[in-house]
Unconditional design. Structure first.
Ligand code: NAI
Length: 385
């Protein structure tokens, strides 16, 4: 089966590499010829480097590159059995593309979108046969990140979802099935990692270095929230938060932070601009963490219980299964432990008590406890045995 890719930017070229490495001939189209040129050079460079480092032999690298075909017209994708769209994140533009694609491809082809924030259902509605459209949400960089969220639209035939899931496994990926709701799994469940850290900082409870220290040293996370936001880019992280907030009809749980907005306005986007929450210049004078064990535990527990609450609520609302939620957070964003497993280890009653304490203190809807956690605590249930 030939794979079509539309959009040869960061995601499209990464997905093309994954598909070609799995043995498919890959047809890549981009409306900007310069983007194609850039992607071709970049992929050649990546494959050369992999060969030079001994991660694959020269012949394999050449064969993978040889399976990439750079096409000039969208109609050249006609032979593809699966087309993955990774163009600009704009619903109108994506809908137009799906309309065009569904006129070009065979009636058996599957059309997938890599959108991270738009409705797969709305995109599917633009195509001739919405039952053959689904979301395949890869993470950046696609060749390195194992997780793929497979997202059925309301109209998708579930047989195609199973097919796509199996294909992703064949590509060496870890697919999870996510309901077509804002942020799918990862971009929804991970929001408090950033949002609650920002809130703690804004309240003056601790500086960014102390919050990062608490999450890495006490919590065991690979990166603290502020280091991670600087790494992702504050513009990118803010845009995701804002779009999830809007998509949830302004649920206060997802409210963006002014602190982050100001950083974006200042152009302090993080590592890529040399300054974000931290200063990345050689002689920078960055804040030191206050390594106070008790303060650190308070910070870690407040952020973690908000994450657990979000994961439990996602399960409650049928966004994903228990096991897919755990897989997504451990394999997608490398959390040290699945959040539901963590809830069991802490004790569900303890999680409910912590959420209620926050709610009683602030009286904000942001701190409402998921009904699932409360019901489980009342019946002494666990997520796992
Ligand atoms: P990008 O800006 O690097 O690349 C987009 C490419 O699409 C550009 O080369 C552009 O010329 C091309 N393009 C734009 N409109 C087009 C059209 N109508 N027809 C054909 N080509 C067109 O963007 P990136 O980061 O690769 O993102 C692509 C998609 O993947 C977006 O939907 C984004 O939300 C999603 N995504 C991005 C992630 C990321 O971390 N960058 C992670 C997961 C999903």
């Amino acid at each position: 089966m030939k794979i079509g890719i539309v959009g040869s930017g960061a995601m499209g070229s990464g997905i093309a590499q994954v598909a070609a490495s799995a043995g498919h001939e890959v047809l890549i189209f981009d409306s900007n010829p310069l983007a194609i040129e850039k992607a071709r050079d970049a992929l050649q460079g990546v494959l050369n480097k992999l060969a030079a480092k001994g991660k694959m032999d020269d012949a394999t690298a050449k064969a993978i590159f040889g399976r990439l075909r750079w096409v000039e017209n969208l109609s050249d994708l006609a032979e593809a059995g699966l087309i993955i769209e990774a163009i600009v994140e704009d619903l109108g533009v994506k809908k137009e593309l799906f309309q065009q694609l569904s006129r070009i491809v065979s009636p058996e082809a599957i059309l997938a979108t890599n959108t991270s924030s738009l409705s797969v259902t709305a995109i599917a509605a633009a195509s001739k046969d919405p039952s053959r459209v689904l979301g395949l949400h890869f993470f950046n960089p696609a060749p390195l990140m194992a997780l793929v969220e497979v997202v059925p639209a309301l109209q998708t035939n579930m047989a195609h979802v199973e097919w796509a899931k199996k294909l992703m496994q064949d590509w060496g990926k870890i697919p999870v099935i996510a309901k077509d709701t804002p942020g799918f799994i990862v971009n929804r469940v991970a929001r408090p990692f950033y949002g609650e850290a920002l809130r703690i900082y804004e309240e003056g409870i601790a500086n960014v270095a102390t919050i990062d220290w608490a999450m890495t040293e006490i919590g065991g996370f690979r990166m603290g929230p502020f280091t991670l936001m600087d790494f992702i880019g504050n513009d990118v992280n803010y845009a995701v938060t804002e779009s999830v907030f809007q998509a949830f009809y302004y649920d206060p749980r997802y409210k963006p932070s002014f602190t982050q907005k100001k950083l974006v306005e200042a152009g302090w986007l993080g590592k890529k601009t040399g300054k974000g929450y931290y200063d990345y210049s050689p002689k920078a004078d960055n804040p030191e963490p206050l390594q106070d064990e008790s303060l650190g535990r308070t910070i870690f527990e407040r952020i973690l219980v908000m994450l657990i609450n979000e994961a439990a609520d996602a399960l409650f609302l049928g966004v994903a299964t228990r096991d897919d939620l755990e897989l997504a957070m451990t394999r997608g964003v490398n959390y040290p432990k699945g959040l539901l497993r963590w809830a069991d280890d802490w004790g569900i009653e303890n999680c409910v008590a912590k959420m209620d304490l926050l709610y009683e203190e602030y009286l904000e809807d942001r701190y409402r406890c998921s009904p699932l956690l409360r019901r489980m605590a009342d019946s002494s249930l666990h997520f796992f045995n």
